[in-house]
Ligand binder design. Structure first.
Ligand SMILES: C[S@@+](CC[C@H](N)C(=O)[O-])C[C@H]1O[C@@H](n2cnc3c(N)ncnc32)[C@H](O)[C@@H]1O
Length: 212
């Protein structure tokens, strides 16, 4: 496994590669921000994010004043270091009192959470289940980890997963665990072409109280 690297393009864009794999740039970030909006619009206030990247999802979450807490799991300390020292923008995100960054694998960070402790878990650690940056990340999309995520969510909570391509396997995995599964097609503009990415969401039912 090799660490992350930043590449500055001639046009001024910054590109992030992890383990030799292109994961994103700072030019087309609408789907990363849409990932945050998806859970904000569903009412999430306490959110666990897998993958800091260039910080666009976290920034969008923090722009919502009613978001109370954002716990970020990031595997690579270099990325947090670059944000802290200004190599990439985001020192303000790390300084926000609502943010805590844990430098560890998202699988361990989620497993360490108390049952029913988050309104949403947002996963963007690869280019999707079929385009991994680390082979071990295959587990992130498997039924056992999806079930662990579901258990760490409050009733009515949501697991949201970013994917470059539609994944029937991930959808089936979410459907095996969650009562409600939604698949949103997100239009993006890539090198002058209209393309789209995907956000899959599994939602736990709200607890129905006595007398409801
Ligand atoms: C595509 S980027 C995240 C983009 C982010 N949504 C944004 O808005 O900038 C993926 C990030 O996940 C991190 N990552 C990869 N595998 C991970 C894992 N198993 N646990 C935690 N972070 C991981 C990478 O180092 C990288 O920072």
């Amino acid at each position: 496994m090799t660490g992350p690297i930043l590449r500055r393009r001639d046009n001024g864009a910054t590109e992030l590669r992890v383990n030799g794999v292109f994961v994103m740039d700072d030019r087309e970030t609408s789907s990363e921000r849409r990932l945050a909006r998806a859970v904000i619009d569903l009412g999430a206030r306490d959110i666990l994010v897998g993958g800091l990247g260039l910080g666009f999802t976290v920034r969008e979450l923090l722009a919502a004043s009613d978001v109370r807490r954002v716990l970020v799991a990031e595997l690579h300390p270099e990325i947090v270091g670059w944000m802290r020292d200004g190599t990439i923008p985001g020192a303000d995100l790390l300084a926000d009192p609502r943010v805590e960054v844990v430098l560890d694998d998202v699988r361990r960070v989620v497993a360490d959470q108390a049952p029913g402790s988050h309104d949403a878990i947002v996963l963007d650690v690869d280019n999707g289940p079929d385009f991994l940056v680390h082979d071990a990340n295959a587990e992130v999309y498997g039924p056992s980890f999806v079930a662990v995520c579901a258990e760490r969510l409050r009733p009515g909570g949501h697991l949201c997963v970013w994917s470059m391509a539609r994944s029937s396997t991930l959808r089936a995995g979410l459907e095996a665990t969650f009562d409600l599964v939604d698949e949103a097609r997100v239009p993006v503009r890539l090198q002058g072409r209209d393309e789209h990415y995907w956000i899959l969401t599994g939602s736990r039912p709200r607890r129905v109280g006595a007398g409801d």
